[in-house]
Structure formats: C-alpha cells, structure tokens
Design a protein around this ligand. Structure first.
Ligand SMILES: Nc1ncnc2c1ncn2[C@@H]1O[C@H](COP(=O)(O)OP(=O)(O)OP(=O)(O)O)[C@@H](O)[C@H]1O
Ligand SMILES: [Mg+2]
Length: 363
C-alpha cells in the first residue's frame, strides 16, 4: 500500500467514525458558521445536513447569547472549554439539556475552526429508563408464567374430577353445581393461558408494517363504535421489517383495544408510522428503527398506575385482567424492540419501536 493510499484510508476511517458516533458533532468556522454536522447532530437538532451547512450557530441555537460569546473567544484565543448541563434553546421552541465541549482546531493550511461535541442528557436518562423497562418486563413476565404453570396442572385435575362427578350424579339440580365448577375452571384456564403468553418463538419473515396495520385497522373498525374516528398517517417509504406478522397484529390489537376502551363512545384514534435513523433502543444502536404510534384522545392513563402499566395484573378497568400490555411488551421485546408510553388527559401515545437490521434481532 502506498503512503497516499494509507492516508486516504485513515481519512475514510476518520470520516466513518464521526459519521457513526452517537455524540453530536459540529464543526464551525471562525464566525460560527456551520461547516459540518454529523448524523447524530442532525437528529438532535432535527435538521438535515444540507439545510444546516452554511447557517450560523445562532440559527440552530437561538438563545444562549453568553455561550455564543464564549465560543467566539474560544476560537479566537485557542482555549477549549466544556459546559455541563447547558440548556440549549433551539429553533422551534425546543430546549435540550446537554453537556458540550468546544475545541478550537488549527491547521496551518486553513482558517481556524471550532469543534463542538454535544451529549444529550435526556437521551442518557432515557436509555437507562428503557433498559429498566425491558428488564422489569422480563422479570414480571417470568413471575406470571411461573405462577400460571403452577395453577395449570391442579386446574386440569379439578375440571376432570368435576366431570367424573357429574357423570355419577342423577339429579340435574346437583349437576348445576358441577357445571359451575367446570365453567369457572375453563375461565381460569383461559386466564392462565393468557398469563403464559405466546409460547411459540416468533416466525420472522419480511413484513410490511402497513399491511399489518391495515389488518388491525379492519378488525378494529368492525369493533369500535362508529362515533370513534380512526385515522391513518403512514410513512410509505418504510422498508419491510423482519418480523412475525401474527405477533405484531396481536401486540397492536392489545394497544388499540385499550385505546378504544379508554375513549368510550367518542374520540379520535391515530395509527401513525415513521422511521428514525441511527436510533438507540436500550444500549443497542440501530441504523434504522421503525416507529408505530397509537394515539388516542381518551382520558389518559390513571396517574397511580402510569409507571407500572406494563407489569402483568396491573389494570385500571373493573373487567380488565391487566395482561394486554405486558403481553404486547413481551411480543415486541422478542423482536428486539420496545413499547413506550406517554399519557396525559386528552392524549395518550403508545410508541412501538422495532429495529430494522436482521443481525440485531434478539428473538
Ligand atoms: N390508551 C389508554 N388510555 C387510558 N388508559 C389506558 C390505555 N391503555 C392502557 N390503559 C390503562 O392501563 C391498564 C392496563 O392495560 P392492559 O391492557 O395491560 O390491561 P387491561 O386492558 O386492563 O386488561 P386486558 O388487556 O388483559 O383485558 C388498563 O386497565 C387501563 O387502565
Ligand atoms: Mg387491555
């Protein structure tokens, strides 16, 4: 390999590293005009590289005058500095809590520039919350499954014995009692089966998320009162994902049914899809993540159960078993994904995140 080739491949490697970093990186010139912004920074600022390049720092960060002044003198005097837990005020009235470092760059052949590295704090907090959610849901499901297993066998025995007894009984009046035992045992059996959850491994194939959503839409349209408006807001550019269709339909139905139940007779339900590049779920980072939002205009999730709705047996409904969400969460976890929830009166959003790449599948 020639020296120039080597230099070229190091250049390429450096470029790749910056492009794939989770830290947001910006390079500004002396007058704080954007020369470069990496994909993580595009996501953080919600702006494309094409749009950001050539704009001033103050176009991106509209407030923080003091910080801007400090950055200017940092390039002029060559002094690097770090700012922790800065509240960046961005265009569109967004505020981000970030840690950022500023490093003046000098190259003999070029004008001085400023390297800006930004770590999004809320993102860090969110990653640990997501990890908690995943591990909490694993533990709770294991408990529920263990309990269901223990109940299953004696229940079978109970039902069998009641049937035998019924065969021996002459009086229809007494048979009513054995019928009660049998019917109640069947009801418990169904509950136990739901607690055990899906037992088969997901059978993953190339799946169009919108086909799945259309199936759910058709099913729910037939079930929901006509006074509930159901809208679809799809991003048609989303490529196929590697997933088990049946399991996705079940997970979605559990979420959509909850929304319909919460809204009662009137309201608005939105099924929405989007995709995000370079997105992290828990500790894992994916090139592309598919987002499915189920948004309803119902009363919101009761405050006292909001932080534990994904646990089995947690319900706010008199007739609920509290299994729907925990099953949905475990189905999506099997696809390497996660369900999150945000809720306030008038707007509840359940967001399903499913990673695209096959090599990152966990199921
Ligand atoms: N979209 C929503 N709006 C308001 N509350 C909700 C919504 N989704 C879920 N909940 C609350 O979360 C609880 C748990 O939901 P989950 O689906 O796990 O159980 P369930 O609906 O009570 O029973 P099951 O689904 O097993 O029949 C619900 O009882 C309800 O109180
Ligand atoms: Mg439910």
């Amino acid at each position: 390999m020639h020296d120039t080739d080597k230099a070229l491949s190091v250049d390429l490697l450096q470029k790749q590293i910056i492009e794939n970093m989770t830290t947001s990186v910006l390079i500004l010139d002396q007058s704080l005009t954007v020369l470069y912004i990496n994909p993580a920074c595009e996501m953080l600022f919600e702006i494309s590289r094409r749009k950001a390049t050539g704009k001033s720092w103050q176009y991106l960060v509209t407030g923080n005058q003091g910080l801007t002044e400090r950055m200017k003198s940092s390039v002029e005097q060559g002094h690097p500095f770090t700012k922790r837990e800065a509240q960046l005020e961005l265009m569109g009235d967004r505020t981000l809590t970030v840690d950022c470092s500023f490093t003046p760059l000098y190259e003999p052949s070029a004008d001085p520039s400023l390297l800006v590295e930004i770590q999004h704090m809320e993102r860090q907090v969110q990653i640990s919350r997501e990890e908690n959610l995943i591990s909490q849901s694993h533990t709770a499901r294991a408990l529920a499954r263990g309990l269901a297993h223990e109940v299953k066998n004696p229940l079978g025995g109970l039902r069998g014995a009641a049937q035998l007894l019924e065969g021996e009984l002459e009086s229809d009046e007494l048979k009513e009692y054995t019928q009660i035992i049998i019917n109640e045992a069947d009801r418990l059996q169904q509950l136990v089966d739901r607690m055990l959850g899906p037992t088969s491994l997901p059978r993953k194939e190339d799946t169009n998320i919108h086909e799945v959503l259309e199936r759910v839409y058709q099913l729910i349209k037939a079930e929901a009162p006509e006074t509930i408006r159901i809208e679809r807001d799809y991003d048609p550019s989303i490529p196929d994902i590697h997933a088990d269709q049946g399991q996705l339909i079940q997970a979605l139905l559990n979420l959509v049914r909850n929304a319909i139940q919460a809204m009662g007779d009137e309201g608005r339900l939105i099924l929405k899809t989007r995709s995000k590049r370079q997105f992290t779920i828990g500790q894992n980072r994916y090139k592309l993540v598919v987002l499915v939002d189920i948004i309803d205009s119902g009363p919101g999730i009761p405050e006292e159960i909001l932080d534990k709705i994904f646990l089995p047996m947690i319900t706010g409904r008199a007739e609920g078993t509290g299994l729907g969400l925990s099953i949905a969460q475990s189905l999506i976890n099997r696809h390497g994904g996660l369900i999150e929830c945000k809720s306030k009166p008038g707007s509840t959003i359940f967001r399903i995140l499913i990673p695209m790449e096959k090599d990152n599948d966990s199921g």
